[in-house]
Design a protein around this ligand. Structure first.
Ligand code: NAP
Length: 255
């Protein structure tokens, strides 16, 4: 490819390890010449993300637990000293394993709210924290999954959080459009990551996709990275408020 993100600064939230979709996106952004800024949730991941950040040539790495307003405020002030920000990747989600394991009807109040807060509301708070530094316009991309639109066994409380996330994409796109900030989601096919392991029988989902998806294979994280490049680059300049499926076509299938 050809330096599609040269001269652009990108903030990527959600790198936990080499299997993270955020890591694949960071690799693709790096390849295209973006200046990278990463975040990690807390001390537990500090060292790992610092090592990965070093390998990716990231310029800065900040702590940011998206459920803490003070850390989001701190992120905004740190970003102000980095100049204009052009791209934000929100690759964050969380639900309690027990809420994913039990029937949706039995979802706990606290678990429902937690999934909504970390997996959906955080897009709003991240947008609020970063829009003031996107002074030249730019792109905000989040990650979602088909379980927002269809009932997928064991996705439960996370499916509802992703539905709210996708609605938030549309409202944010509408409000931030006049500032030339585009907001989109990539709906990725299933990929074995740390978060995905929390979903019961995840390997059966992977197997099913290879049999049913038009491309007869699972999603390669690099494909998600390349779509994220398109959205962050000038090639994506007319695209906002969309959910783009990168899932080997699985989402079109019925029987
Ligand atoms: P992952 O590597 O486990 O990434 C999830 C990230 O969210 C981790 O870095 C995690 O940090 C972070 N996070 C959780 N709570 C946070 C908080 N309060 N503050 C800041 N960061 C927090 O898994 P992934 O699959 O790449 O997930 C990335 C995104 O892709 C998620 O939105 C997920 O729903 C979406 N997605 C995944 C798939 C899939 O099949 N894997 C498919 C479609 C969409 P810690 O590790 O420190 O908790």
């Amino acid at each position: 490819m050809s330096n599609l993100l040269e001269g652009k600064t990108a903030l990527i939230l959600g790198v936990a390890n080499k299997w993270s979709l955020a890591y694949a996106i960071a690799q693709a952004y790096r390849r295209e010449g973006a200046k990278l800024i990463l975040t990690y949730q807390g001390e537990r991941l500090k060292l790992t993300v610092e090592e990965l950040g070093h390998e990716l040539g990231a310029e800065k790495i900040f702590q940011c637990d998206v459920s803490k307003d003070a850390e989001l405020d701190h992120l905004t002030s740190e970003l102000k000293s980095e100049g204009a920000l052009h791209s934000v990747v929100h690759a964050i989600a969380f639900a309690n394993r027990e809420d994913l394991d039990r029937p949706f009807l039995e979802t706990s109040r606290a678990g429902y709210l937690l999934a909504q807060e970390v997996s959906s509301f955080s897009l709003v708070s991240v947008a609020r924290a970063t829009a003031p530094v996107m002074t030249e316009g730019g792109s905000l991309t989040t990650l979602t999954y088909l379980g927002s639109q269809r009932v997928l066994t064991n996705y439960n409380v996370m499916g509802v959080a992703k539905a709210a996330l996708e609605a938030a994409v549309r409202y944010l796109a509408s409000e931030l459009g006049p500032k030339s900030i585009r907001v989109n989601a990539i709906s990725a096919g299933p990929v074995k990551t740390a978060s995905a392991r929390a979903i019961k029988d995840f390997s059966l989902i992977l197997e099913h996709v290879t049999k049913r998806a038009p491309l007869r294979r699972n999603t390669d994280p690099a494909e998600v990275g390349d779509t994220a490049v398109f959205l962050a680059s000038d090639l994506g300049r007319g695209v906002t408020g969309n959910i783009i499926y990168v899932d080997s076509g699985f989402q079109i299938m019925g029987m």
